[in-house]
Design a binder for this molecule. Structure first.
Ligand SMILES: C[S@@+](CC[C@H](N)C(=O)[O-])C[C@H]1O[C@@H](n2cnc3c(N)ncnc32)[C@H](O)[C@@H]1O
Length: 288
């Protein structure tokens, strides 16, 4: 399987284009840029904290006039609707906000280890708020009538962002749903099998009984392309015994989830191979 350009080592910067570049040269440059992928926000690419990640993750024809993130169609809105949700590794908040807009969770907190990305995500909430019709927002919140609002906060105020390294553990144990899209590889490469298992156990503990863990693991081949990202990652990569294909079994047998099912794998034509990742849902037992 062809690795997605985002996950490949960045080649040396291309030389500036001559002023009179032909259309073909321009197309070639654009293609190369797409393959090279976006630069990281900081110099630390080992977290997968790519800048302009969503400029490189193609959207596909959706039910709306706007093109959609292909992953959305595998997600059941009722798992989020009016629920308390957390999105781990939210990057600049684009996908978290899309979930918050479409599925209307009571609240969704997006967390990322990169504080710069969290600042970008918070700014995105403000931008989305400016796009929302203020009259509708006021009507929804009943602020107009001066009465206390009882229902969930309307989009985008149902979405918050906070800097958090999820391998450090967290204290809130009342989430209905926790998602981790395209994050496990970075946790795994930086913290090894032990760190990944600690993350899975942390997710389990943070879910209320009956809660769901929705995740989109990168495949093993994609790890191999990043195995030389740093000396530390090189060593950790060599020590890894648990492969992504083992995650469903590990989540049930070792972590304690009642089940772990494949929801599907986006395979849209517009999606490069590297972004065709399976999406799973693990459920915590109702009596757990
Ligand atoms: C490839 S991006 C995925 C973005 C988004 N979840 C999506 O799929 O659309 C991975 C994100 O995980 C974050 N990340 C990596 N390790 C993390 C950790 N230990 N705790 C929190 N975030 C982490 C990175 O900073 C990066 O923004």
């Amino acid at each position: 399987m062809e690795e997605h350009p985002l996950l490949q080592a960045a080649p040396a910067a291309a030389a500036p284009a001559p002023a009179a570049a032909t259309d073909e040269e321009k197309r070639e440059r654009k293609k190369r840029r797409r393959e090279t992928g976006p630069p990281p926000v900081s110099s630390d690419v080992s977290l997968g904290n790519h800048q302009r990640y969503y400029g490189y993750r193609p959207r596909v024809p959706g039910a709306e006039p706007r093109r959609a993130d292909a992953r959305l169609r595998f997600l059941d809105a009722t798992w989020w609707n009016n629920k308390k949700a957390k999105d781990v590794g939210c990057n600049d908040g684009t996908f978290s906000l899309e979930i918050a807009r479409r599925f209307e969770p009571r609240m969704l907190i997006g967390v990322d280890a990169d504080a710069g990305l969290i600042r970008a995500a918070t700014a995105l909430v403000a931008r989305r708020a400016r796009e929302v019709d203020p009259d509708q927002l006021l009507a929804k919140t009943e602020v107009k009538k001066g009465v206390a609002r009882k229902g969930p906060l309307p989009f985008p105020h149902n979405c918050f962002f906070e800097a958090e390294d999820v391998t450090c553990g967290g204290g809130d144990h009342s989430f209905d749903v926790i998602s981790a899209f395209s994050v496990t590889k970075w946790i795994h490469l930086n913290h090894g099998d032990e760190g990944l298992l600690k993350f899975f156990r942390g997710v389990y503990d943070s879910l209320r009984p009956g809660g769901r863990f929705v995740f989109e693991p990168q495949q093993w081949k994609s790890y191999q392309n990043r195995r030389r990202a740093s000396e530390a990652i090189k060593a950790t990569f060599k020590s890894i015994q648990v492969k992504p294909a083992d995650f469903p079994r590990v989540l049930v047998d070792d972590v304690g989830f009642a089940s772990c099912e494949l929801l599907g794998t986006p395979d849209d034509e517009a999606l490069p191979e590297g972004f065709r990742r399976p999406i799973f849902c693990a459920v915590k037992g109702p009596g757990a």
